[in-house]
Design a protein around this ligand. Structure first.
Ligand SMILES: *[C@@H]1O[C@H](CO)[C@@H](O)[C@H](O)[C@H]1NC(C)=O
Length: 150
């Protein structure tokens, strides 16, 4: 009797988590940024090189290779995903432009999806790639935070 109640509860919890992962809009409505699992994220990367050269971006995580993207000056590309249950989601990128090759973790759950992060949580994570630094725009769009290349 008790174990059948537990089975039902386990089923409902799993169903809820499944629906949350499958339905970005449900997750968006329910999600208080960074507090629920499977937070939806939208990362956009802009070529802001002051030389106005082409930026070649190659981003991936353990499961997904987003391919090689050639971004003209001012151009961008974007991708969506959900943070995993254990909050270990990381996407890294290699950026190349004439004479340079740098790498950077463009998304880290501990930096971009944690209430404890000094940089705050981003759901729309907008990155501007300049020669000296990648900069993430703050949620309110007022100013950006720049990081150093890896
Ligand atoms: C980027 O992540 C992939 C998958 O985790 C890894 O194999 C690769 O070495 C990483 N690249 C860099 C430059 O850290």
């Amino acid at each position: 009797m008790a174990s059948s109640t537990n089975n039902h509860l386990t089923f409902l919890v799993l169903l809820f988590l499944f629906l949350l992962q499958k339905s970005p809009s449900l997750a968006t409505h329910l999600s208080i940024d960074g507090l629920l699992p499977f937070a939806p994220k939208h990362v956009t990367i802009f070529n802001k090189l002051t030389t106005r050269g082409t930026l070649v971006a190659h981003c991936m995580n353990k499961e997904t290779d987003l391919g090689i993207r050639k971004l003209p000056s001012g151009g961008s590309f974007a991708f969506r995903f959900h943070v995993n249950l254990r909050r270990t989601t990381t996407y890294n990128c290699t950026f190349e432009w004439p004479g340079n090759r740098v790498t950077f973790d463009i998304f880290r759950a501990d930096r971009d999806d944690s209430e404890r992060s000094p940089f705050g949580v981003c759901r729309e994570c907008i990155w501007y790639i300049y020669e000296p630094a990648p900069c993430r725009e703050k949620r309110d769009g007022t100013h950006s935070i720049c990081f150093s290349w890896d």
